[in-house]
Design a protein around this ligand. Structure first.
Ligand code: SF4
Length: 72
């Protein structure tokens, strides 16, 4: 088993705050982390972001038009 180097960057969580306007961009950019709820707003997974989705999750955060995605 390969040991991962310890890095704070690897352990990442996001949450979507109440500013979300439900545009769907984040769910399209990083479906591993973001999805649209029945209420029409985005929700982030409660678990840490999977390593393979770190880049796309960050892209989703930076692409959110209202800055609704924050680091948890
Ligand atoms: S990109 Fe931002 S505004 Fe659009 S659904 Fe995601 S969190 Fe909501």
């Amino acid at each position: 088993m390969i040991q991962k180097e310890e890095s704070e960057d690897i352990f990442m969580k996001y949450y979507v705050n109440e500013s979300c306007i439900g545009c769907g961009l984040c769910a399209g950019t990083c479906p591993e982390v973001f999805s649209m709820s029945d209420a029409g707003v985005a929700v982030a997974i409660e678990a840490e972001v999977p390593e393979g989705a770190l880049d796309s999750a960050l892209e989703a955060k930076e692409g959110c038009p209202v800055g609704a995605i924050e680091e948890a």
